[in-house]
Design a protein around this ligand. Structure first.
Ligand code: NAD
Length: 339
């Protein structure tokens, strides 16, 4: 297949491009580099030995996107492009609604115009809101606590409505749990700008001495050791989940959880990281963060039954690969003010 990957130089997009190319598909990336760099493109090419067509372009710009759709004949679109910082979305909601919703609508309309029938969308477990775990695809979605989460729930509805009205437009909504880790080469991985929002990049930065200590938000939840429990999934497993979703997408709207089905607590993850990599990760227990759930993990059986996809890599692999990537990076320790 010839696949348009939006946000393809980002964290999950870059790993998915590697998997697509290695599975024999061709890839065209569109990314405005608002949260990634051109260097990633070279790394994708160096891992795969394949050339990748790249457009530095904003997906919300319908005119230039139309030209790209006219120039290439796509068999499918994987739409990763979007903003993802939960806290920022609370302070700058219109930035999130504009980018995340408009990009989805522009792409869906261009798919209809250019007869592109397969659309895979990056959704999130956040759409389950405060449902109890394990989260199952058939659950009624509950309100999320922030505009970012709302853009995911709304995008799911928009794409479902467009598919219902256009029987040749097939959509796979992939609800990611907690993607972590990096490609085993250490050439691509997660390198957030500023203070990491997610646990693993924070852990790797503390281990490298870039930040002083990890803050563990709460140790009094009703969980195995009091810290929050999440379903961490290796980014290469996640990447392979996209190929399975794309290759199985034949009609209508499909919804799949991409997780391992197992919960790991923050403290368990820190301990696994220290053991696997033999590096200390100093931490402090601080107050709970508003809006955080005690426990969130997937029922991962639907993706296994319908797509033949399961996560193969475990917590040790995730910790090893995340550290391998961070150890190779040239990022330096931060000054007192930057921490
Ligand atoms: N990483 C996670 O924990 C997680 C969890 C659930 C869902 N998701 C979703 O998965 C997708 C990919 O996440 P990621 O972690 O790789 O994020 P990322 O920020 O690393 O990648 C997103 C990419 O999209 C690009 N981009 C943003 N807006 C754009 C626009 N208008 N036009 C063109 N390019 C644009 C950015 O430059 C970046 O390269 C996002 O939609 C995110 O919301 C991520």
């Amino acid at each position: 297949m010839n696949v348009l990957v939006t946000g393809g130089t980002g964290y999950i997009g870059s790993h998915t491009c590697v998997s697509l190319l290695q599975a024999g598909h061709s890839v065209v990336i569109v990314d405005n580099l608002s949260n990634s760099s051109r260097e990633t493109l070279e790394q994708i090419e160096s891992i795969t030995g394949e050339e990748v067509m790249f457009y530095e372009n904003d997906v919300t710009d319908e005119k230039t996107m139309d030209e790209i759709f006219t120039h290439h004949s796509f068999d499918g679109v994987i739409h990763f492009a979007g903003f993802k910082a939960v806290g920022e979305s609370v302070n700058l909601p219109s930035k999130y609604y504009r980018n995340n919703l408009l990009s989805t609508i522009v792409l869906a309309d261009l798919c209809l115009k250019h007869n592109v029938e397969k659309f895979v969308f990056s959704s999130s477990a956040t759409v389950y809101g405060e449902n109890a775990s394990p989260m199952v695809e058939s659950m009624e979605l509950l309100p999320t606590t922030n505009p970012y989460g709302e853009t995911k729930a709304m995008s799911e509805r928009i794409l479902s409505d467009i598919s219902k009205a256009n029987p040749n437009f097939h959509v796979s909504l992939l609800r990611y749990f907690n993607p972590v880790g990096a490609h085993e080469s250490g050439l691509i991985g997660e390198s957030p700008n500023g203070i990491p929002n997610n646990l693993m990049p924070y852990v790797t930065q503390v281990a490298k001495g870039i930040r002083e200590k990890l803050s563990v938000f709460g140790d009094d939840y009703d969980t195995v050791d009091g810290s929050g429990v999440r379903d961490y999934v290796h980014v290469m497993d996640l990447a392979e989940g996209h190929i399975a979703a794309l290759e199985h997408l034949e009609e209508g709207v499909r919804v799949y959880n991409l997780g391992t089905g197992k919960g790991t607590s923050v403290l368990e993850l820190v301990e696994a990281f220290e053991q696997v990599n033999q590096v200390p990760v100093p931490y402090d227990i601080v107050q709970r963060r508003p809006g955080d759930l005690a426990t969130c993990f997937a029922d991962a059986s639907k993706a296994e039954n319908e797509l033949g996809w399961t996560a193969k890599r475990g917590i040790q692999d995730m910790c090893r690969d995340a550290w391998n990537y961070q150890s190779r990076s040239s990022q330096e320790a931060l000054s007192e003010n930057e921490r």
